[in-house]
Design a binder for this molecule. Sequence first.
Ligand code: AHR
Length: 334
Amino acid sequence: MKNKKIIAFLATAVLVTSMFVGCGSKTATTGGNSATTATSKKIVIGFAQIGAESGWRDAETNSVKDIPKQNKDIELKFSDGQQKQENQIKAIRSFIAQKVDVIALAPVVESGWDTVLKEAKDAKIPVVLMDRTIKVSDESLYTTFIGSDFPLEGKNAAKFLTDKYGKTGKANIVELQGTVGSSAQVDRMAGFKAGIKDFPGLKIIKSQSGDFTRAKGKEVMEAFLKSDGKNIQVLYAHNDDMAMGAIQAIEEYGLKPGKDITIVSIDGIKDAFTAMSQGKTNCVVECNPLLGPQLAKVARDLNAGKTVDKWVKSSEGVFVGADQATKALPSRKY
Ligand code: AHR
């Protein structure tokens, strides 16, 4: 009798123990979209976004916010940094406190991340950089970077102009830079400079930040026009939104954007394609903001203990002129 009671007790203990082990187990994945069981634990991503400064940024936010809709095994915590690094740092600390599985960070500027990323590393939470790179003393402070080749985008913008003007052509260029200290600004500026360096007729006569916004792009272009007016032949803008603001400034000044002033910008938002189809801008270098699917895959791979590439590179194109814009417009996703 006593032995029977001991056997019954042990059997119950084994059953209860196995129930709790099951509750804590991670999701089982099946290729693209994953199958979750009632007892599986979701992968939690904390995303520290920069803000909402451009159409491109909104497209990236929407793409990341779509992750939980398309991946039932993933939960998203979202924070809008409102263009301030201190807000992004606070968000990262809060994600660490909440013990998320992966931290995704779109860093507003390149430097100043070492301390907080060390905290994430100590908490064993992998950090995935989204769309912009950073400068850190120790590369192991982030696990991977998902995004574009910014220096190449700058070079591609330059190539459009060197093809147009050739070795002997002359043009005065004004440049609208992105947010100062961001990798998008630093690298697009450097790539462009390198691209025109062997073309002495192409000169950057003014260069100032428009902070990646339409309003600032307009304001700075107004100032360029006021001081250099008809002396400007080309505008190079680090993003489409600033170019859209500049187009307004050029029209208000009484010149024709795309004709009197050749315009090349980066991103590929629908507004830029519409403007190019109307002949108001001339070249759009694409930069893909739809990074949600890559982030979901990376998060799932990391959660499964797999190694991921240090750079998950986006592939993108260059569009020139009204015909290409008109053709591409119906299929543009952002
Ligand atoms: O980091 C990518 C850049 O950030 C985009 O080109 C710009 O539009 C955005 O604000």
